[in-house]
Design a protein around this ligand. Structure first.
Ligand SMILES: [Fe+2]
Ligand SMILES: [Fe+2]
Length: 175
């Protein structure tokens, strides 16, 4: 029966599992960004609160893109259970450090998935995830630029106020 069911999709069990894991990672990212938005809001960092809220929405879109892909191919997309969402941060800067770390982790995940797709000769999924690999260039760029503002502007005096104002204006110009 299980074998028969497997015929409903061209996805291998391994790739389907990896895609579901990534659905969970994107959903987790979305939840983490939402908590970051709330933390910034509580501290009076309005610009950053808006920035993280927007990021949270984008991560949910990423999740749905993966989710729909799995189902469209006849697979079984799983609605993920999200745990381990930090609600508190030690400092304004540490929020952005965590954000960059998260994006670097996601890039690595997609690289691993690309690797698995090649090994499994799943070229259709390989092609599908190209969009995400490209997107990660932008995601990492923006997260890194945000963190760099802490160095460039400095946190003393009205520094944090300036940083917060500039965070939502960071843009990646696609080559
Ligand atoms: Fe994402
Ligand atoms: Fe992201």
């Amino acid at each position: 029966m299980k074998d028969l069911l497997r015929l409903r999709t061209s996805l291998s069990e391994e790739i389907e599992t990896l895609l579901n894991e990534q659905i969970k990672v994107e959903a987790h990212s979305s939840a983490v960004y939402l908590a970051m938005s709330s933390w910034c809001n509580r501290q009076g960092f309005d610009g950053s609160a808006g920035y993280f809220l927007k990021q949270s929405g984008e991560e949910r879109e990423h999740m749905l893109k993966l989710f729909n892909y799995v189902n469209d191919l006849g697979g079984r997309a799983l609605s993920p259970e999200i745990t381990n969402v930090p609600q508190e941060y030690d400092s304004f800067r540490s929020v952005f450090e965590a954000a960059l770390e998260q994006e670097i982790f996601v890039t690595k995940q997609f690289n691993r998935m690309a690797d698995s797709c090649m090994k499994a000769r799943d070229y259709i999924t390989f092609q599908f995830i190209q969009w995400f690999l490209k997107e990660q260039i932008e995601e990492e760029y923006v997260a890194r630029r945000a963190l760099e503002l802490f160095e460039v502007i400095g946190e003393e005096g009205v520094g944090r106020f300036e940083i917060d104002k500039r965070i939502p204006k960071i843009e990646y110009e696609k080559p």
